[in-house]
Design a protein around this ligand. Structure first.
Ligand code: GLA
Length: 729
């Protein structure tokens, strides 16, 4: 029984295999948080200290007890208006415009299985997962406002999910000004917050900040989870490392604007919280209406960040990603973008497919430029009609020609967008998010369609089907290349709802596409990695990590991404050198080593390559075929950090320890320099491992102690990479 209620103490306890989470209903019905950490038994009601702290305010019933204040008691769902002056999860206004809310416990229920959220992505459990759901209902009597707190437990993964449903069960309108999904209150501790900031072309490079009495805010108010921050927060003991120290993760299963906060209060206590952004948000609820605060995945590790990431990887890979492609090795693809940009025709694509076939590539993706008058990025988004003059025939004919060569066919679309220069915009100018009387702010010359409107979603869905129904399309790259700035829906009475309703509209279209094309592989993309989150991964099992394909920059990007997302989700390609974005030259082998830590593919013009390079690519692909199941399903270890170490190394180990792949890229080398060692983890202690490529047998314990010395050579050149496939003997 993962979830239990103790009648005597009114403590609700959630156990996973290695962790315990506990809350308690107190004598005035407030829901206090007691504990989240390593597995333990008993009621920890001694944790909150009750002590008169002068200025901290008390609830009315506790006027005589100055040792009781929600300003310092740890809570499950702190709200504005009940005396807690720290950052709240909920702020509401009543019909008179007054702020203020006071929630008290009403009831709780425990169910078998994991809850679902209507219209929103959420972690799912299988019948064998022993999942359970706890629902706790709190109520504000004056407002008639009910909040249902949901806790979904996957014991074997050490994962607890949280979400909240706010219902107006009263008689007057209520406006939700802020709603977040989860918080964790810690009564003491010296913590760092690890967040994943970045920019276009350099997404999710980790940053570690000491948590002090100054709020650390990690957020996006851009309508999407963004390049600049990621909805993944890790709170760690300030001295926690990959293999030691306590750490807690919160990962948002949502793709729109979000806000995460970590702050110490005046008494040295820390609050970590995550949920919807309250910026550009104001959500009215008429009587009977409800609003769902999307899901946060939480996990805890007592032994450092390595295990924390492992828990998240398993959860995302097996309980967020769904469908046909979830456990399948993805086809090796070649994408036309960095090869041709807009400059291609049907013949060129078929030639490209033939060269790709010769080296073993399995799927050709025709990126931007195949539709309407799209010869540059200034026009035609929204008009998803095939440019037959450019392709020299119909899409069906092109697909057939590519299939005849022996490759599957994939295509790029940017379904959420419209160009001013398009038939769609001319016919339905009110379908774009633009503010009447204001010049719209353009991003890449385009506007965003108003997916908060069902009829716009229908049109987008129909246009996608119109393309996919023309022939056997195996893959769709779903792009999104600008932010939402002008927030105005022409039909919404309340513009503060639009950003949230947009995301729900997007999810509804993605769900319909998944239902209708169950074997279609969809890769998410947003100017590279601008919407890399667990919400999108529910619909698209892989996401293009970044438009930056430079192998060295990618080490930082993929390293950061690995904290919350498994290798199977990371779109990664080998591209040409010097790199289009950085101008850097790296060996082809290093580019492949780095791309092999993701879904793997190519993005360059094969015609430009000498025969010898084509032969090398062929070998890379056969190597990839050998290791891909291990990369996709294996347990991932970060062996060093590109931010701190001269060598960036990582490892994937089969769950039973029988096979491991160690990869390393030397980022910094000096003449007559010091030797570099890579120390693997997770091998079977006491066993021996064979490196068949090099004909060496290692003792596992020695390897995990001393490591593998990387070969030293004179005139070694830059950015050498090494891979070691170690098989247990
Ligand atoms: C975005 C994507 C690229 C490519 C272009 C096409 O920038 O991230 O991979 O698809 O759009 O316009």
């Amino acid at each position: 029984m993962p979830i239990t209620f103790d009648e005597h103490s009114k403590a609700l306890t959630i156990h996973t295999n290695h962790t315990t989470y506990q809350m308690q209903v107190d004598d005035i019905g407030c829901l206090l948080h007691l504990y989240y950490g390593r597995r333990t038994e008993g009621v920890m009601d001694y944790v909150p200290s009750r002590f008169d702290r002068g200025t901290s305010a008390s609830p009315y019933e506790k006027a005589a007890d100055r040792g009781y204040s929600l300003d310092f008691l740890p809570q499950e769902f702190p709200v504005q208006g009940a005396g807690d002056m720290r950052s709240p999860l909920l702020v509401v206004r009543d019909a008179e415009g007054a702020f203020g809310c006071d929630l008290r416990y009403v009831r709780h229920e425990i169910h078998a299985g994991k809850y679902e959220l209507e219209g929103l992505p959420a972690v799912y459990a299988g019948a064998d997962d022993d999942a359970e759901t706890l629902s706790v209902t709190l109520r504000d009597e004056r407002l008639g406002l009910e909040v249902e707190l949901l806790y979904g437990v996957l014991p074997h993964l050490d994962v607890i999910c949280r979400a909240a449903v706010v219902r107006n069960a009263g008689k007057a309108r209520i406006v939700v000004e802020k709603i977040q999904s989860a918080c964790l209150d810690f009564v003491h501790g010296d913590f760092s917050l690890i967040s994943f900031p970045g920019r276009h072309g350099m997404e999710r490079v980790p940053e570690r900040t000491a948590v002090r009495q100054l709020s650390c805010v990690v957020d996006s108010a851009k309508g999407s989870s963004s390049h600049q921050q990621n909805p993944l927060l890790i709170l760690a003991d300030s001295d926690a490392t990959e293999t030691a120290g306590r750490c807690w993760a919160m990962e948002f299963v949502y793709s729109g604007s979000f806000k995460g906060e970590a702050a110490r209060d005046q008494y040295g206590q820390t609050r970590l919280q995550l949920g919807l952004s309250d910026e550009l948000f104001s959500y009215p609820l008429e009587p009977g209406a409800q609003l769902v605060a999307p899901e946060v995945i939480m996990t805890y590790s007592a032994v450092g960040l390595d295990l924390l990431s492992h828990n998240l990887h398993r959860c995302v890979r097996e309980h967020v990603c769904r469908g046909y492609w979830r456990d399948r090795v993805r086809p090796v693809l070649i994408n036309s973008w960095e090869a041709f940009y807009f400059d291609f025709d049907g013949d060129r694509l078929v030639e490209f497919a033939k060269l790709a076939k010769r080296v073993g590539i399995e799927l050709l993706v025709v990126d931007d430029g195949w539709f309407a008058d799209r010869h540059d990025d200034k026009r035609s988004l929204g008009d998803w009609t095939v440019n037959e003059a450019k392709l020299g025939g119909t899409l069906a004919q092109l697909i057939a020609a590519v299939n005849d060569v022996g490759l599957q066919f994939g295509i790029w679309m940017e379904p959420e967008m419209v160009s001013e220069e398009s038939e769609l915009y001319r016919a339905h100018p009110d379908w774009a998010l633009v503010i009447p009387g204001k010049q719209p702010v353009l991003g890449r010359n385009q506007l965003v369609l108003d997916l908060s409107r069902p009829e716009v979603c229908d049109n987008v869905f129909d246009q996608i089907c119109g393309v996919l129904d023309q022939g056997p399309v195996s893959y769709l790259k779903w792009d999104y290349n600008r932010l939402i700035i002008d927030i105005y829906s022409h039909v919404a009475a309340d513009q503060g709802k639009v950003l949230y309703d947009y995301v729900k509209g997007l999810y509804s279209v993605l769900e319909r596409v998944n239902e209708r094309y169950p074997e279609l592989l969809i890769e998410g993309c947003a100017g590279g990695g601008g919407r890399f989150d667990a919400g999108m991964l529910y619909y698209t099992p892989q996401i293009w990590c970044s438009d930056n394909t430079d192998a060295i920059d990618r080490l930082y990007i993929q390293y950061g991404t690995s904290f919350g997302y498994p290798c199977s989700t990371m779109g990664a390609h080998v591209s040409a050198c010097p790199n289009e974005m950085s101008g850097r030259v790296t060996p082809l082998s290093t580019r492949a080593t780095v791309a092999e830590a993701g879904t793997f593919g190519y993005e360059l013009d094969l015609k430009e390559l000498p025969e010898e390079t084509m032969d090398k690519i062929q070998l890379q692909i056969s190597w990839h075929k050998r290791i891909a199941p291990l990369v996709q399903q294996g347990r991932y270890h970060r062996l060093s950090s590109p931010l701190a170490d001269p060598v960036c190394a990582w490892e994937q180990v089969r769950e039973d320890g029988s096979l491991a792949l160690v990869s390393a890229v030397v980022m910094e080398d000096h003449a007559y320099g010091t030797p570099h060692f890579v120390v693997p983890r997770g091998l079977t202690s006491g066993a021996r491992y064979r490196d068949a490529e090099r004909g060496v047998v290692y003792d596992a314990d020695a390897l995990m102690e001393v490591g593998i010395p990387l070969p030293m050579t004179m005139k070694a050149g830059s950015y050498r990479s090494f891979t070691y496939l170690l098989e247990r003997v």
